[in-house]
Design a protein. Structure first.
Length: 377
């Protein structure tokens, strides 16, 4: 089987959950009988060519110019693969959008759009208060982006959904038929917790928030929630230290520590130090950080967006309404009121959910089986 795999970026060359997803999906797909032809861009900040799969004999890497936007990059890919033959193609986001116009290509294209963030509530009224210029840009571009989303999403032969919430967006909002949509979740490399010989002592009532500093990640809502807490637990925030927007700063600076950008090794250590992960986003797909935290036996407090409710339930965490600091504060208080035993039981539940359904071995197997099915149709 020859697989064309086009992505907007490969971790750690590019940061972000989708880039990490592509890296591990390729890595584990390479264990199956196939040849993977990987295309990813070169960033101006990193002009040197790099290879990430040179130790895998069935992976072939190609670098193409990033272009001004996803569409020019996609056009570069279409020109590059025009006379090449594959059995199936995988498109990370819209990387292969221009290839869908080639009717004589002879193979299906399956696309994973991850979060479909333009279709999830963003609370722009709140965004306007602290970062007016960027908020106005987002509002102005919302309708064109949704229009392009509908047009190009429908052109792909098949679509990947990361979970229930994403399937609902595809079928109800974008109008994709259910027979074109296949559920395959995000995955996590569960091996990284096996080198832990003993359980570490946890920092009592400690929360960890991980993510890029942008409006849709909901950090401002989390900082507002702290104003409603009589005894705020210690919050550790991984990401940039400085915030855009003049008033996006905690009014209560006690018990809030900004860790800045940290390495993967340091992040794994923090998973083992804190008691709970908190994800206050306005929109998500199925965040890698949630699965990584769950693999490290952490409960999760998160907003009910994207596919998060597929992995976070009352058994291993709390779900809240996006953009609601009061309900987020109540969830934090509810977690802190639990006994150590109850918190540990939630953490064990998280671990078993991931181990049973979300390891990369199982996710890659589902993807490979889907490829075989689609080729045989």
């Amino acid at each position: 089987m020859k697989i064309l795999f086009a992505t907007r970026g490969i971790f750690p060359y590019f940061y972000g959950g989708a880039c990490r997803y592509c890296y591990f999906l390729i890595k584990y797909l390479s264990n199956f009988p196939c040849e993977i032809y990987i295309i990813y861009p070169i960033d101006k900040e990193h002009p040197e060519k790099r290879t990430f799969f040179s130790d895998m004999s069935n992976c072939y890497e190609f670098h193409l110019p990033k272009g001004r936007n996803i569409y020019t990059y996609s056009m570069n890919i279409a020109r590059f693969v025009k006379r090449r033959k594959f059995n199936i193609a995988y498109s990370d986001e819209l990387a292969l959008s221009m290839l869908t116009f080639m009717k004589d290509r002879g193979y299906p294209i399956i696309m994973n759009r991850h979060g479909y963030h333009y279709w999830q509530t963003q609370a722009y009224s709140d965004y306007l208060k602290w970062d007016t210029l960027n908020a106005l840009k987002e509002i102005a571009l919302l309708l064109p982006r949704r229009t392009l989303d509908i047009y190009f999403t429908r052109k792909f032969d098949y679509l990947i959904s990361l979970g229930t919430g994403i399937t609902r967006i595809l079928t109800e909002k974008i109008g994709v038929s259910t027979d074109k949509t296949f559920f395959i979740p995000n995955g996590v490399n569960i091996e990284f917790i096996k080198d832990r010989e003993t359980e570490r002592d946890k920092i009592e009532n400690s929360l960890l928030c991980v993510g890029s500093i942008q409006h849709r990640k909901g950090l401002r809502t989390l900082l507002k929630a702290y104003d409603y807490l009589s005894k705020p637990p210690h919050l550790y925030i991984v990401g940039k230290r400085a915030f855009p927007g003049k008033d996006l700063k905690p009014s209560r600076k006690e018990n809030i520590t900004f860790l800045g950008r940290i390495s993967d090794v340091e992040l794994k250590e923090w998973y083992q130090k804190v008691e709970v992960l908190i994800v206050p986003s306005y929109s998500e797909g199925l965040p890698t950080v949630i699965l990584e935290a769950m693999a490290n036996k952490l409960p999760v407090i998160a907003t009910d967006v994207g596919a998060i409710s597929d992995v976070v339930t009352s058994n291993n965490g709390f779900l809240t309404k996006p953009g609601d600091p009061v309900s987020l504060a109540r969830a934090i208080e509810s977690f802190c009121s639990l006994s150590c035993t109850e918190k540990a039981e939630m953490g064990e539940c998280s671990y078993h959910i991931v181990k049973q359904n979300y390891t990369w071995e199982k996710v890659a197997r589902k993807m490979f089986d889907l490829f075989c099915y689609l080729i045989g149709k």
